[in-house]
Design a binder for this molecule. Sequence first.
Ligand SMILES: NC(=O)c1ccc[n+]([C@@H]2O[C@H](COP(=O)([O-])OP(=O)(O)OC[C@H]3O[C@@H](n4cnc5c(N)ncnc54)[C@H](OP(=O)(O)O)[C@@H]3O)[C@@H](O)[C@H]2O)c1
Length: 324
Amino acid sequence: MSNHAIVVEQTGGLDAMSWKEVETLEPGSGEIRIRHHAIGLNFIDTYFRSGLYPATTPFTPGNEGAGEVIAVADDVTRFRVGDRVAYTIGLGGYAEERNLPADRAVAIPDGVSYELAAVAMLKGLTARYLLCETYKVTKDDTILFHAASGGVGLIAGQIARHIGARVIGTASKGKHDLAKAHGYDELIDYNNEDFVQRVKTLTDGTLCDAVYDSVGRTTLMKSLDCLRPRGFLVSFGQSSGKVEPFDLGLLSQKGSLYVTRPTLYHYIADRQSLDEAASQMFGWLADGTVKIEIGQRFALKDAAEAHRALEARETKGASILLPD
Ligand SMILES: NC(=O)c1ccc[n+]([C@@H]2O[C@H](COP(=O)([O-])OP(=O)(O)OC[C@H]3O[C@@H](n4cnc5c(N)ncnc54)[C@H](OP(=O)(O)O)[C@@H]3O)[C@@H](O)[C@H]2O)c1
């Protein structure tokens, strides 16, 4: 069967992505070949396409997906042809078929669809490690989570509710009801309201134990002002642009604050961490703790339209790309 993929020859705008027939290689040592059934769309894909994050060209974007194993290298024992698997790794996802290391794939449990499994891997595992590992949220905490109605945001709200924390979200106005239905206690329209002031009011001046900021340039400095003394800022993305460098002395002035800039791949670097993270996430999907609604579906070959919608803030929740 022929294989097609989105290829970026040179980084840039939406037209940097083209739909091409690509060579089908046999899986190399330790690899499996999968035929995608669903591919997760993520904001990080736009960073690679635009050149904000470096990648050697030409490349195929896409960091998460799910599909059926269609070939395995002789030395692979973990999977067999016909198995359903999901993964998150750097690049290569926007393709009908792809090879990937078997030790980076996880089996999809019965009852979990390819679509949900694809979205659970990067967006789901991110929400999980942020709240359960980077800063361990407790039931006594109040946290602020920016972009509450995004792909990661809607999953994070449900995990925070499961933990029992109070969770305040920010989002564009038309997306508040959705976030409330996914665990958020209060929503702030950060495009039109001073979110620092609203956080002060909502918490009677006690502020937040942790702030999760993936918006970056337009929010990060104000996020520091939403933290109690010795509070924890998790800067995990830059949807509005790169964060400007700042003087570390500010952290002491603002209350001996902690700041970290984590990335998922350091939290699932070894097989045991990947298995534990995926098994907890799939468990939450199975028992209904986390419900993931797919907000948008795009044909894989229309990835440019998907990027346009994501960057224009038109999407809600998770988006996926579907091969024909
Ligand atoms: N570090 C990690 O391990 C890691 C892993 C996965 C994702 N991430 C980061 O997490 C964030 C969320 O990822 P996602 O894929 O789930 O995306 P998303 O949240 O579905 O989409 C981004 C959202 O950010 C908000 N936003 C605020 N200012 C924006 C601007 N100027 N331009 C575009 N959007 C803006 C928009 O929501 P409103 O309209 O409500 O403002 C938009 O829908 C991204 O920054 C991503 O890079 C980090």
